[in-house]
Design a protein around this ligand. Structure first.
Ligand code: 3PG
Length: 306
């Protein structure tokens, strides 16, 4: 009997776990749960005899993969796979998949909330500004960028996007103005929302050069990864530009310094929570379970990323 592990240090809603249990049981497999764990050693122990694992941002590095003697498949219930050593998995003939798009609406709604929060001065009662008519730049136009666009249209924002992997026609079809360079996106848009994955090319790439180009009352929203921000440059921008605000789903490493020096101009979630809705948990969790069953029963590796 195949053994499937659900390993989530940040657990799914119960309704999603119940759905995963049913899919795995209906397939005739056994489900093992490792939720809310805090030590990496617990994950290393739990993977030792399983055939597949469903994870979220859980770290699946060389040590975990070395310990996973029977592992054939790692499914990241979500979008970003920067938490998985995909190359080492490939060397070990372990397939890595994600579940693209399944949690995008949840992240998109959080971005909208962070835009309103910053525009309305952290809901402190002072006079802020409206989103209507403002320019929003989407730095990457994948599933989440599209979800943010749909919501921003409701606010009456003008939406621009930079994404070298998406054809300009596809952006125009969604009412978005494509721009040709990252610099153009930042110099055009008062609001910029980040949707790039963390890769060697994007890590540290959001720097002073880009942020200093943003128009007056600039707001940077980061629901992607903290690693894409050059944190030393972020401090420099906060210092040079009293009109600059930053809202991020998960605090940067230098959050204490930002909190001390730039009160009222930042917002950080205490824990990455863009995808923390029961709907997103159900969508991504059930998709992950179905992908595992489809792979073992039919060899379907459609969402493979390595
Ligand atoms: C993702 O990459 O899908 C999002 O960042 C959500 O990650 P999470 O499932 O760890 O909340």
């Amino acid at each position: 009997m195949k053994k499937i592990l659900l390993a989530t240090s940040k657990p799914f809603a119960k309704v999603a776990v119940d759905g995963i249990k049913k899919i795995i049981a209906d397939a005739g497999y056994e489900l093992v749960l490792l939720e809310n764990y805090t030590e990496q050693e617990d994950l290393i122990k739990a993977v030792s005899d399983v055939d597949a694992v469903i994870i979220r941002s859980d770290i699946v590095d060389k040590r975990v993969l070395e310990a996973a003697k029977n592992m054939k498949l790692v499914v990241r219930a979500g979008a970003g796979t920067d938490n998985v050593d995909k190359n080492f998995a490939k060397e070990k003939n372990i397939i890595v998949m994600n579940t693209p798009g399944q949690n995008s609406n949840a992240v998109g709604e959080l971005v909208a909330g962070m835009m309103v929060y910053t525009a309305r001065n952290s809901f402190n009662g002072t006079s802020g500004f409206e989103l209507r008519g403002k320019k929003l730049g989407l730095h990457a136009f994948g599933y989440t960028g599209k979800a943010v666009n749909a919501i921003a249209k409701g606010f009456g924002m003008e939406v621009y996007a930079y994404d070298p992997f998406v054809k300009p026609e596809a952006m125009k079809a969604e009412g978005v103005t494509p721009v040709n360079t990252i610099e153009e996106l930042y110099s055009t848009c008062q609001f910029v929302s980040l949707h790039t994955p963390a890769t060697p090319e994007t890590i540290n790439s959001i720097n002073y050069n880009l942020l200093s180009k943003m128009p007056k009352n600039a707001v940077l929203i980061n629901s992607a990864r903290k690693e894409v921000i050059n944190e030393a440059d972020l401090i420099k921008v906060f210092t040079d530009r009293p009109d600059f605000k930053y809202a991020s789903d998960v605090a940067p490493d230098n959050s204490a310094e930002i909190a001390e020096k730039f009160a009222g101009r930042y917002f950080f979630t205490p824990k990455k929570m863009g995808a923390q809705t029961s709907e997103a948990n159900i969508n991504a969790g059930l998709a992950a379970a179905n992908q595992i069953v489809n792979y073992f029963k039919n060899g379907d590796d459609k969402y493979r990323v390595n």
